[in-house]
Design a protein around this ligand. Structure first.
Ligand SMILES: NC(=O)c1ccc[n+]([C@@H]2O[C@H](COP(=O)([O-])OP(=O)(O)OC[C@H]3O[C@@H](n4cnc5c(N)ncnc54)[C@H](O)[C@@H]3O)[C@@H](O)[C@H]2O)c1
Length: 255
């Protein structure tokens, strides 16, 4: 029997947001290694250049565009450009995100910082999905993967904005999955626990210690461990799982 190639991205165009760093960078590299043509998106142009150079040096296909996912007009413009350039977008791995205010009780959180966290982590998720859905439905194929977090399932103290944004992502994919289920489009979320990436440099040390203490495996996760789940959910292989939130939490969440 021939081996399955359902996890290959050969002939596919895959967008990866947050591709300049951490989980998004690891996902972009893995998807390119599986023969996808990767379009890397992020605010951080220097990081994007590095990601693209590393993928290209390894023999993969990648390009980049700068994007602020908290700008609805920016999202519209970039998705339209990519569709015009590539004809079809097969998958999105949306890993752009910020931790927002940490180590503060809700009554002390600055509203502008709260709002910015929601705009990037949740509104960006919604706007990217809105811009991709029409062409994916018309093509009768699409895979959308949004980064949620264990914080959206269980809540971390002192991170009310982040918790709210990620719980929003989990709820968002559940309902949208049912809207596009008969169009060959799946939409899922991934919920990591603490992963060794730069995002945690801005998280208060006592919150980090709390989060690691909750992980039965007893360590931080690595970006490539999350990228493996993202790559599955973004591939043809993920054809009968939609509206789900994949766990990558070292045993913290068993639901
Ligand atoms: N690392 C963890 O412990 C962890 C745990 C659970 C969930 N997550 C989620 O995984 C995703 C990736 O996080 P990471 O750990 O790789 O962090 P990271 O900081 O290494 O990477 C995040 C990337 O998003 C980009 N970004 C931030 N704001 C943006 C914006 N407005 N527009 C476009 N790009 C923007 C940054 O420039 C950066 O390159 C995030 O959504 C995060 O919330 C991370």
């Amino acid at each position: 029997m021939a081996a399955s190639n359902l996890t290959s991205f050969q002939g596919q165009v895959v967008l990866v947001t947050g591709a300049a760093s951490g989980i998004g960078k690891a996902a972009a590299e893995l998807i390119a290694a599986r023969e996808g043509t990767v379009v890397c998106l992020d605010l951080n142009e220097a990081g994007l250049k590095t990601t693209v150079a590393e993928i290209t040096a390894a023999g993969g296909k990648a390009s980049y565009k700068t994007l602020d996912v908290s700008s609805q007009s920016g999202v519209k413009k970039v998705i339209a450009e990519i569709l015009a350039e590539h004809g079809q977008i097969h998958a999105l791995a949306n890993s752009a995100g910020i931790s927002g205010p940490t180590g503060k009780p809700v009554e002390e959180v600055d509203w502008a910082a709260f709002q910015k966290t929601i705009e990037i982590n949740l509104f960006g998720t919604v706007w990217l999905t809105q811009e991709l859905m029409p062409s994916m439905k018309a093509n009768k194929y699409g895979r959308i993967v949004h980064l949620a977090s264990i914080a959206g399932k269980e809540g971390n103290p002192g991170m009310s904005a982040y918790n709210s944004s990620k719980a929003g992502v989990i709820g968002f994919v559940k309902g949208v999955a049912k809207e596009c289920a008969t169009f060959g489009v799946t939409i899922n979320a991934v919920a990591p626990a603490v992963i060794r990436t730069p995002i945690n440099e801005t998280v208060a040390p006592e919150i980090q210690a709390y989060m690691v203490s909750k992980i039965p495996v007893g360590r931080l996760g690595e970006p490539n461990e999350v990228a493996e789940i993202i790559a599955f959910a973004a591939s043809k292989a993920c054809s009968f799982t939609t509206g789900f939130t994949f766990d990558v939490s070292g045993g913290r969440a068993t639901y």
